[in-house]
Each structure stands twice: as C-alpha cells, then as structure tokens.
Ligand binder design. Structure first.
Ligand code: ATP
Ligand code: MG
Length: 356
C-alpha cells in the first residue's frame, strides 16, 4: 500500500436484508421534522442493550478504579504514559506501557468531568465493547473512572490512523476494504452500529492489519452536549438521511448509515481527497448542501468497472438500496482482490522442488 504513514451504538434491530426495507421500530417512529441545527439524531433509550450495570462499588469517583475486574485486568497504577499520539474532538489519546508486562496500549482520556448518570451510561457501553472481539476491530480492554474523568484502555495500533492516506492501487484498496467490511459485518451481526466510520477511526498496524476504532464513548458524550458545541464531530462522512432527518421519511437505519460512511472513506482513499465538491473541514452548511442536495460522488471512469460498481453500492442515496456489509464482502471488487493477493503470494513462494 502506498499509504501515508465509535463509537458504536447498541441496537436491538437486526441488520436489514440486502436491499430490504427499514426495521419495524423505525417504521413506527414518528416522522421527525427537518432539523437543521443538529446533525446527530437523539439517542433512543429503547435501543440500549439491557446489560446489568457494573457494580457501583467499582465506580467510586475518588480513586482510579477498573470497571468489572477480570482475570487479565490491567491496573491503572501500572500504566506509564509514554507520549501523546493524537487528539480528537472528544479526548486525547496517549501511548502507555503496562509496566509488569511491557505491553503497549493506547489510553483515551475523555475530556471533562462527567455526571454520574453519564458515567454509568459510558460504563454500560464499555461493557458491550469489552465483549467485542474481532481481528478487524480495535480491542477495548478497560475503562477507568479517575475522579470523574473517563479513561479507556485500547489496543495500540502502531501505524496510527488512515486519515490523509492515498491508495491508488485497486488491489491494495480491495484488501483494505475487505478488512474494514469484515469488522463491520461482525459488528452488524451483533446488532452494533458504529455511527462514526471515517478515515481517522480506521487504524493500521505494522502487520498491515486494519481495524475499526472509536465506539461508544464519544457519541454518548455528543448526546449530552449542546449540539451547537464545536466539539460535536464532523458530519462529512454522515449519510444524507442522517444529516437531514426529513429525507427518507424521517427514518434512520444505522447499518445503512455505516455503509455510506465506508463508501465515502474508501473513495477518499482512492482519490486522495474528500470526494465531495467541498472541503472535508468545510462549514456545516456547505457540507450539508454538498451531501444532501447533490448526487452521490462516483469513482472516476479511469477506475475499474468493479471498483466503480462497489462504490455505487455503498453510495446510494436511498438507504435501502445500499448493500449490507455481508453482501459487499461477496462483491467482485473484494473477491477479485482476494484472488490477486493469493496470486501475488504464490509468486513469492519458492518453486516446488523438482522430483528426481
Ligand atoms: P474525532 O474525535 O472527531 O473522532 P479522531 O478520531 O481523530 O477524531 P480520537 O479518536 O481521539 O480522535 O483519536 C485521535 C488520534 O489518536 C487518531 O486519529 C489516531 O491517530 C490516534 N489513535 C486513536 N486510537 C488509537 C489507538 N488505539 N492506537 C493508536 N493510535 C490511536
Ligand atoms: Mg477517533
């Protein structure tokens, strides 16, 4: 690859069938009016996974404490901060080392001190995330509640994020898309919607493994903050029907929303620039006009037919027409890429020994 070097939301509704209609819960939801000030839909409490909350004794606000101790728990006091590796709208990420094992981790420190109700909600999401285990999803190990400041211990990805990455070779892009789709299909099978797929939430390591990061915490915080607050993340990768809730009859299907965001990200990697006719960091109104009022972007004619078709399967304006993650894994662009990788590997292998 010539690359530079979530948050998730539990949802009881099963993923829609390929090209199928939205869930019945969505159908029953009252039509919402156009909401031009808030890009993020309200959290629907009925969609929360009814997991038991962790014992309240673990949430004592006065000391750093692990939530739900496990046999492999990493104690907060055993972590040494090495350096800051990134900063987002919701927090700062540090590389840390677990002293007893010398293992590196990423520690995400969420901005601000939060009320107990918010912390309880975050803990509940973290409990869901701790169960998530897939080679293409960043592992969430622990959550610490340090005097009301939330810190999340994550798998460390030594290659950082794919933000700003340009991948012009289709075979590399196919491999990348297959890895992201594997993670996304796993999450969707578990009825988890990510809601914030974008290049900065796709991380890579030196083994060229790509993983989906950032779920749970930041979106909960978004919902507790003033929507006009600049710390609400970008809408650049959000689907038209999520930005303008008047589209698609006010229905929002999070699974299809993730597929849109994936399509925009993959096309951005190919082009080496944000695919809409507006800057990715443009103001809200320009982004909203570009995303909601124009035709979805397409891959250029110079790209292969398979890639152009793949992108069009993700970037359908009508959410029900977007392919599911499971179906996209069977798309010729992905399948062809896998054959090419296998062929390349074959060429690298030494010739078989000649029989005497
Ligand atoms: P936003 O806050 O809008 O989601 P963001 O995704 O860039 O933006 P963070 O999630 O706080 O913000 O991450 C900041 C940066 O930290 C990432 O872009 C990435 O470079 C780095 N980072 C995050 N998580 C990890 C991790 N687990 N391993 C290595 N680096 C990470
Ligand atoms: Mg992030």
């Amino acid at each position: 690859m010539d690359e530079k070097k979530g948050e998730m939301r539990p949802n009881h509704q099963p993923p829609p069938a390929a090209g199928g209609s939205s869930s019945s819960a969505n159908r029953n939801r009252p039509r919402r009016r156009a909401n031009l000030t808030l890009p993020l839909p309200q959290r629907d409490p009925s969609l929360a996974v009814p997991l038991p909350l962790p014992p309240t004794t673990n949430s004592a606000p006065s000391t750093a404490s692990n939530v739900n101790a496990t046999a492999h728990q990493v104690n907060f006091s055993e972590l040494d901060r090495v350096n800051r590796i990134g900063r987002g709208t919701g927090g700062t990420v540090y590389k840390v080392v677990h002293r007893p094992s010398s293992r590196p981790y990423a520690l995400k420190v969420i901005y601000g001190n939060h009320e107990e109700s918010v912390r309880r909600q975050i803990r509940r999401e973290i409990e869901i995330l701790r169960d998530v285990d897939h080679p293409n999803v960043v592992k969430c190990h622990e959550m610490y509640d340090h005097n009301g400041e939330i810190q999340v211990l994550l798998e460390f990805m030594d290659g950082g994020s794919l933000e700003g990455t340009h991948i012009s070779q289709e075979s590399n892009l196919s491999d990348l898309a297959r890895q992201i789709l594997s993670g996304l299909s796993y999450l969707h099978r578990r009825h988890i919607v990510h809601r914030d797929i974008k290049p900065s939430n796709l991380l890579i390591n030196s083994k060229k493994k790509v993983k989906i990061a950032d779920f749970g915490v930041s979106r909960i915080l978004d919902q507790t903050m003033d929507p006009c607050n600049s710390s609400v993340g970008t809408i650049a990768y959000m689907s038209p029907e999520r930005i303008n809730t008047d589209l698609n009859h006010g229905l929002y299907d999070g699974y299809a929303g993730d597929i849109w965001s994936l399509g925009v990200s993959i096309l951005e990697f190919y082009l080496g620039r944000f695919p809409f006719a507006v800057g990715r960091q443009g103001d809200w109104a320009s982004l909203m006009c570009a995303i909601c009022m124009s035709q979805p972007p397409e891959a250029p004619p110079s790209a292969s037919y398979e890639f152009r078709h793949f992108i069009s399967c993700c970037l359908q304006r009508e959410p029900a027409r977007r392919w599911t993650a499971a179906r996209l894994l069977q798309h010729p662009f992905i399948v062809r890429g896998q054959h090419q990788v296998a062929q390349n590997l074959h060429q690298l292998l030494p010739p078989p020994p000649l029989s005497s």
